[in-house]
Design a protein around this ligand. Structure first.
Ligand SMILES: Cc1cc2nc3c(=O)[nH]c(=O)nc-3n(C[C@H](O)[C@H](O)[C@H](O)COP(=O)(O)OP(=O)(O)OC[C@H]3O[C@@H](n4cnc5c(N)ncnc54)[C@H](O)[C@@H]3O)c2cc1C
Length: 503
């Protein structure tokens, strides 16, 4: 160290890694600093007993297959990472259980729509029209994104956007519910189509249709995948690319401050007291922590602070990681992704996420369903996940924490055992994580896993800008454009790196 870097990146989450890799491949002199001893942020795994658990990833979008690789795979391929990672396809996107309804939805445009129509023939036309809207919006968004990346949207052409991409323009300000309820009448069909809201954390009445449709369209058309070696394999592959291209990656190296003069970022001060100079600084820490703690509020425009505090922080998660004795068939859990819904009232599920209360909706992920050898023979890894807001967890007195966490884990096990008895009896390992765990691990404000919430006012192009509170300081990751999650966070890092490369 000691030299001046083109770019210093704070944090090796998906956004920081993708940015560093893009810049390194383009020949920039980059330094990536990560507080933890492993790269990845949430994209990592941990070991308990004989089990290695995936921390976060359920289903990765944007991979496609060898005949039709999708955008994320193409990005990784352009960086030279795809030889290092094997992606396992997930044939069924999800199974949903509601009172009186149990439906398993496959990947693939025709298969997905057909399965829904078979379950809800009275809504056949509405389902087909709704999905047509989803696919055309997703298609136009892809084209729009490519035009944007290729600089084809100069000032003179921007006025053509509404004419050329009418769906993208029309759906910018609306919620999922506004589109879904117009076309689909039965409660069951609406619920099955909206089930992925459980991934994003805002119910149909609140989540941006634009954002939801781009994710649903991508999952359905291009399928979902899971990497052999878990998400840690993706994180490691990014590090290898960065190093192969001469970049430096330092673990156990937290950044204490972002240095600046005259409103311009000039480098970083590490937690061990070293000052490093850079032309650009990218922050993969959340924007609140970046502005308040790393830059220092006194150096940030009050307008900027007001803006970051004005957006709703998105959800965190509560997870019960189970290492179970017995095969998945013995346990009756043969679906990779299963959602258990207590009822059809998603708005009340969402209100419930603001309290510390037993969840009304939960994902049950059986990794062995697509990745049989993810655990030792004769065992199964199952992870129960529910989304909830972090705030109430940070208001708990320290002496209440353990008891509260155990009660919540117990409630989630009860809900799972209503449908799949025997989980407790077969548990060899049980580990529980809460919003506090997430915040401690990735340093995110309130343990947020997707950054800010994604209503019609804060998604994709309208999402919180990557422009930081200082000149030459940019945000990467889930909190900024295009959105939260693995795939968008990687795109964010890549897009910001491209912005720097354009000069
Ligand atoms: C339980 C769970 C389940 C999830 N499931 C899915 C899923 O199925 N699909 C999906 O798409 N998404 C899922 N997500 C969300 C997804 O993991 C995140 O949106 C995404 O990984 C966030 O990436 P990021 O780039 O914002 O970085 P983060 O993962 O937030 O990482 C930021 C990194 O920066 C480091 N850092 C912060 N401050 C400093 C500092 N001062 N100095 C040095 N380093 C610092 C942190 O240590 C961390 O490594 C899930 C998340 C969780 C927790």
């Amino acid at each position: 160290m000691g030299e001046r870097y083109d770019v210093v990146i704070v944090g090796a989450g998906m956004g920081g890694l993708a940015a560093a890799a893009t810049l390194a491949v383009a020949g920039r002199n980059v330094l990536l600093l990560e507080r933890h001893n492993v790269p990845g942020g949430y994209a990592t795994s941990f070991v308990r007993g004989e089990f290695e658990f995936e921390v976060a990833l359920h289903e990765l979008s944007g991979i496609g297959d060898a005949n039709a690789p999708a955008d994320l795979w193409q990005l990784m391929d352009s960086l030279g990472m795809t030889d290092e990672i094997e992606f396992i396809p997930i044939p069924h996107l999800y199974r949903s259980i509601f009172p009186g309804l149990d439906i398993r939805l496959p990947a693939g445009k025709e298969a997905y729509v057909q399965t829904l129509i078979e379950h809800f023939p009275q809504d056949a036309k509405g389902i087909a029209t709704f999905m047509h809207e989803v696919f055309s919006l997703e298609e136009q968004l892809k084209e729009l994104g490519e035009a944007f990346q290729n600089n084809e949207l100069g000032a003179s052409k921007i006025l053509q956007v509404p004419l050329k991409y009418p769906a993208a323009f029309r759906y910018l300000p609306v919620t999922l519910e506004q589109v879904l309820h117009r076309h689909v009448k039965s409660i069951g069909a609406r619920a099955a189509l909206a089930q992925y809201w459980g991934y994003f954390g805002l119910p149909p009445s609140k989540v941006s249709f634009f954002y939801f449709a781009s994710a649903l369209g991508s999952y359905v058309r291009k399928g979902a995948a899971f990497p052999r070696g878990r998400s840690q394999a993706i994180s490691n592959a990014f590090v290898n690319v960065i190093k192969r291209h001469g970049g430096e990656v330092l673990m156990n190296c937290g950044v204490k401050r972002i240095l600046h003069t005259g409103g311009k970022a000039t480098g970083v001060l590490t937690e061990s007291g070293e000052e490093l100079q850079a032309n650009w600084v990218l922050s993969n820490a959340d924007p609140i922590t970046t502005a308040r703690d790393l830059v220092g509020e006194s150096a940030v425009e009050p307008r900027y602070m007001r803006e970051i505090y004005s957006h709703q922080i998105g959800p965190s998660s509560l997870n019960v990681y189970l290492g179970l004795r017995g095969s998945m068939e013995d346990l009756g859990l043969t679906d990779h992704e299963l959602f258990i819904n207590e009822d059809y009232d998603f708005d009340s599920h969402h209100r419930n996420m603001r309290r510390i209360a037993p969840p009304k909706m939960m994902a049950v992920t059986t990794y062995n369903a697509v990745y049989p050898d993810i655990s030792p023979p004769g065992t199964t890894i199952v992870v129960l996940t529910t989304l909830l807001y972090g705030e109430p967890w940070f208001a708990l007195a320290p002496e209440q924490y353990l008891d509260t966490k155990n009660k919540m884990a117990d409630a989630m096990l009860n809900l799972a055992e209503k449908h799949f008895p025997g989980l407790r009896d077969n548990a060899q390992v049980v580990e529980v994580s809460t919003p506090v765990t997430n915040a401690r691990y990735a340093g995110t404000y309130h343990g947020g896993i997707y950054g800010f919430d994604q209503p019609p006012s804060n998604h994709t192009v309208l999402r919180f800008s990557p422009t930081g509170p200082l000149e030459r300081l940019l945000h990467v990751g889930a909190w900024t454009q295009p959105g939260g999650g693995f795939h968008p966070s990687m795109l964010s890092g890549h897009m910001v790196a491209k912005q720097i490369l354009k000069g």
